[in-house]
Design a protein around this ligand. Sequence first.
Ligand code: WT7
Length: 572
Amino acid sequence: MNVQTLPAEKGNFNLKDYEKTVENFDWTEIEKEFSWYETGKVNLAHEAIDRFADDSEKKNQVALYYSDANRDEQYTFEDMKKLSNKAANTLKDAGIQKGDRVFIFMPRSPELYFAIFGAIKIGAIVGPLFEAFMEGAVRDRLEDSDAKSIVTTPTLLERVPVDDLPQLDTVFIMGEDVKEEGPYYDFKSRLDKSSEEFDVEWVDREDGLILHYTSGSTGKPKGVLHVHNAMIQHYQTAKWVLDLQEGDVYWCTADPGWVTGTSYGIFGPWLTGTTNVVRGGRFSPQDWYETLQRFKVTVWYSAPTAFRMLMSAGDEVVKNYDLSNLRHILSVGEPLNPEVVMWGEKVFNLRIHDTWWMTETGAMMICNYPSMAIKAGSMGKPIPGVKAAIVDDQGNELPPHRMGNLAIDKGWPSMMRTIWNNEEKFNSYFELDGWYVSGDSAYMDEDGYFWFQGRIDDVIMTAGERVGPFEVESKLLEHPAVTEAGVIGKPDPVRGEIIKAFVSLRDGEEVTEDLKEDIRTFVKKGLSAHAAPRELEFRDKLPKTRSGKIMRRVLKAWELDLPTGDLSTMDD
Ligand code: WT7
C-alpha cells in the first residue's frame, strides 16, 4: 500500500547528507560530543546527568517531570545528580561493587530513576524488571544472572524468592519502617541519610551497563548485555530520530522494564539534556491526552497498540485537549499500520514516524526521520552507520522486493555484547555468514525503504511486548490439569497479536469456564499478566514431531485456516 502522508519537515537530520554518509558513516566522529573524549573518564551516568548538573546553564532545567495518581514532582538536572549520588552511596555502603548485577523491581517512581543511575554510577550492571512480573519470571532472571542485589517495594518483595537465591545478599526495600535484618535494607531511610556527593566509578567503554531479559522461541528468557559504549548510538539517534532539540519536552510511554523504556525512556533523552516526562499508572486515553497537554509535550514516543487504543476511543476525545505543542510523534515495537498513520495525521495533523530495532540492537536501526518522506507501512531506512540488508538462508544479499531475513552488518555502537552465560546463543545470531540475523522477515523496496513482513521464529509480539511461546507452554504444563500445550500469536486488530494456547487435558478433566479461568490465572500468577493466554482451545491431541516437539506452525495454520504445509515430520 502506498498512502500519501503529510510532507516532510526540517528536523535535526539533514537528508542531503544521507546518501553521502549512510555507507561509510564514521561513529568515532560522534565520540567528540562526550566529555570522555577529552577526559578519558567514561560513565554513562556522568554524561546523562552530572555533565548537565555541572553546567550553570543547564543545571536548573527540569530533567524529570514525574506524576502518577499520588505524586506530582519535578527534578532538575542538579537534583537528579544529588539524588542519584545518594542512591550510589546507598548501594556502595551496602557492599555492592562494580560489575555486580543490581535488579530494579519497582513500579515507576522517581526513586526508580535515582536507583538506576545510582547503580550505573558505581559501575554495577542494572537489571530492570517489569513490575508485572510474577515470582517465576523474577526467579529465572535473578538466578541466570547471579544477581547480588535487588531494589524493590514491600508489595513486589513477595514475588522475590530471596531464600532460594544464595547470591542475592542485599535486598533494598523502598517502603516505610523497613526492618533491617539479614539481607534486607531500608532503601528510603538510607537514601535520606546518605551523602549528596559521590565520586563516579569510571569504567571502560566495554564494561557492562544493563542486562535486559528478552524472549526467544526456545528456552528461557535470555539476558542481553549492553555496555556503556551504547551511549554513542542512544545519543545520536535521540538527535536524528527523536529529533530532540533545546526546549523540547519529551515523553516516552514505555516502561523501563523493557528496552524502549531504558534506551529511550532514560538514556537517549538525558544524554541530550532533554526534559523527560514520566507518567506512572495505567493506560487510559483521557489520562494520556491530559499528560500530553499538561506537560506541553513536544516529542512523543509510543507504540502501535497504544495508538490503536487511542484510535478506538474515538476522535471526539482528542478534541477536548490542547495538543498544540506536539511537534514530533514516533512509534516502535510492532508493525505500524497505514490506517494508524492516517489517523494520526487526521487528529494530530502530524506524521507518526515508525522506528525498527530490538532489545539486542540496543538502539534504533531502521527509521523515519522528520526530514524524510514517509511511506506509510514501511519502517523507513537504516540510519547512517548501520548497514541493513535482506539476505537468503545462506547469507546472500537479495535484490529489492525479494522477501528474506532482515539482517545487519556487525559493528554498530549499541550492539549487545553477549547473551549472559550463553555464548552459544549469542553466536547463533551470527550464523548466516557473519550477519546479525534479526529473526524478522522483510523486504526492501527500490528506494531503500524496509517493509516488515513477520517473525521467522515463533516469537509473539502482543501489545508491543515480546513473549516466548516456550515459557508460556512450560508454565501451562505445570498446571495439574494440563498434559500438552502449544502457544501461538493470533492476529488481533488492537494488540497486533494475542496469545492463544492449544491445550490438551488429563483424562477425566472436563472443560469448564472455571477451569479455563484457573489456567489463565495460573499463567498470570506464574509469569505475568501479559503472558497469560487470552484464548484457550482444548484438543484431545496436539500436533507433534516424532521427537515430541509441538508443531506451532500447524497450530497457526489451524487457527488461520491455512494449509498446514509439510507434515512429514509429524508423529502419526
Ligand atoms: C521485535 C523486537 C526495541 C523496540 C521494542 C521491541 C518487532 C520492533 C518494529 C517495527 C515491526 C517491529 C520485531 C522485532 N518490532 N519494531 N517498527 N515494525 N516490527 O523490542 O521486544 O526486542 O522485540 O519487535 O519483530 O524483532 P523487542
